[in-house]
Ligand binder design. Sequence first.
Ligand SMILES: Cc1cc2nc3c(=O)[nH]c(=O)nc-3n(C[C@H](O)[C@H](O)[C@H](O)COP(=O)(O)OP(=O)(O)OC[C@H]3O[C@@H](n4cnc5c(N)ncnc54)[C@H](O)[C@@H]3O)c2cc1C
Length: 383
Amino acid sequence: MRKAEIVIIGGGVVGASVAFHLTERGAKDVLILETQPVQGKGSTGAATGGVRSQFETDVNILMSLYSIDFFRNWEIDCGYEPRGYLFFATTDEQFEYLKTNVEKQHRIGVKGVEVMTCDEIAKRIPGMNCDDIVGGSFGATDGFIDPLAVMRGFAKGAIARGARLEFDSNVTGIETHGGEVTAVATNNGTIECDNVVLCAGAWAKALAATAGIDLPVEPMRRQIVWARSESPLPEDLPMVIDLGSGFHFRPAKDTTNELMFAYPDPDEQPSFDTSLDDNFVQKIRERARQRAPFLYETEVVREKCRVGLYENSPDHHAILGGCGVDGLYFANGFSGHGVMHSPATGRALSEIILDGKANFLDVSCLSIDRFERGELLRETAFI
Ligand SMILES: Cc1cc2nc3c(=O)[nH]c(=O)nc-3n(C[C@H](O)[C@H](O)[C@H](O)COP(=O)(O)OP(=O)(O)OC[C@H]3O[C@@H](n4cnc5c(N)ncnc54)[C@H](O)[C@@H]3O)c2cc1C
């Protein structure tokens, strides 16, 4: 029978980060099992790589602060580019919400985040229709990273310190005895282990069920439309987000005339569908038309559009840490923030597994128990 001390299910950015941080803290026998023949075929490969500290809950802000600092100082080039995130409000209530968040972000230690007036926004994004905009907020350290570079950097670091990464290794079940993890069943046979970290993204729920745990994570299609403009886009375009509708756009990396736009379509239902829906493209182009000619007067580049799965939790926050089965840990439910929070997640899981709790940051509010206790978190600005 094959053995490993810690098995990580899933070799996306989260599994790779958990392995990186576990081995950094001295774990010797870490095995990542990935069902695909290469890394990055899950959500990580579809992600656009936005990072931001502009959140509402303390825990999201703190996870971002830690992670952005990590990206900035990492010896690996992960493409961190602080182009900024600009949220705009179209009602007084939304503007108050942004102002309250900015105050909180300052208090927690976020630098370079500020409230903006409508005039300042109009100046910052020439050509955007600002008629309905009341005000906004801008975070200067928010921006972009390269999700695949982050994932590969973590995997390389973990492997250099002795972790093993096995491809074409499909986990079919988590085996337990007397309330403890004993093994994982795979297409290549059973592997005995003391600990399992479930990092299977949108596919995690069914695997958790094999250990008798109801993990409330649902797959949800996420479509990003990629478009090319004839003329150059406004200079230094940040990520721009309509807080009310969630419609957002950002420049594509390393171009002056290509951009991406998206919004959380309320018509989308949980599923594993990852096809590009022409209806959605039409709907989002209509939103683009209302917001700016430089968005609408573009041509959709179908082959560059991205479709993947969000792994949504009921309160749009991650589910981190252990559960009722000894030795079983979760790093799931990121609901669109798994790449940006991967450094903090990896560190948190490594401390929880090796030291019993995360000491660098209190992530206890993200434990799976919160759903049973009815202590859901509240974050309005999820996109
Ligand atoms: C279009 C899109 C845009 C996004 N944009 C952003 C963004 O701007 N910023 C951000 O932070 N996040 C973004 N996200 C979310 C982000 O991509 C995810 O939160 C993150 O990639 C989750 O990482 P993961 O490693 O948990 O999941 P994944 O990358 O999905 O990795 C899970 C891995 O588990 C493997 N697996 C599944 N089942 C099994 C099994 N039974 N056995 C073995 N292996 C298995 C899969 O093959 C996969 O490789 C975006 C997502 C999408 C779809």
